[in-house]
Design a binder for this molecule. Structure first.
Ligand SMILES: [Fe+2]
Ligand SMILES: [Fe+2]
Length: 131
């Protein structure tokens, strides 16, 4: 997945790169014709696991104080994704379309709050996020 500039740049390159990938994955899900939905949904899962995993590792490595709160928000998305995948496997395409609509709404708030706080913390503590 190519990474350009994210819709919501936070000024910390490793996280901005992940967020550009997030935008691209969600756009691919939004634009996917029916026959491409399984692959696009799988790509979203693969992306968010790495995205959330990297952020959580950087939080642990820097002893980020709001780790639990931030991780809970990630976990809620993973729970929703698991439910969407379950219903999609039962033949419900519409639930995937709703996910594609809702993910950007969730992300705009998450990026502006949780991720922005993490970026401020990493910057203030001069931590260089490892790839
Ligand atoms: Fe993020
Ligand atoms: Fe996050």
């Amino acid at each position: 997945m190519s990474a350009g500039a994210p819709a919501i740049p936070l000024g910390y390159a490793p996280i901005d790169a992940l967020h550009a990938e997030f935008d691209a994955c969600v756009a691919a899900l939004t634009d996917a014709p029916a026959e491409r939905l399984p692959a696009a949904l799988s790509a979203v899962r693969a992306h968010v696991l790495r995205h959330f995993g990297d952020e959580e590792r950087w939080m642990r490595e820097s002893a980020f104080p709001a780790f639990d709160c931030h991780q809970r928000e990630h976990d809620k998305v993973l729970d929703v994704l698991a439910e969407v995948e379950r219903r999609f496997a039962e033949g419900d395409d519409e639930v995937v379309r709703r996910l594609a609509t809702e993910l950007p709404n969730w992300f705009s708030i998450h990026a502006a709050t949780m991720d922005a706080a993490l970026v401020a913390w990493l910057g203030a503590n001069a931590v260089v996020a490892s790839p």
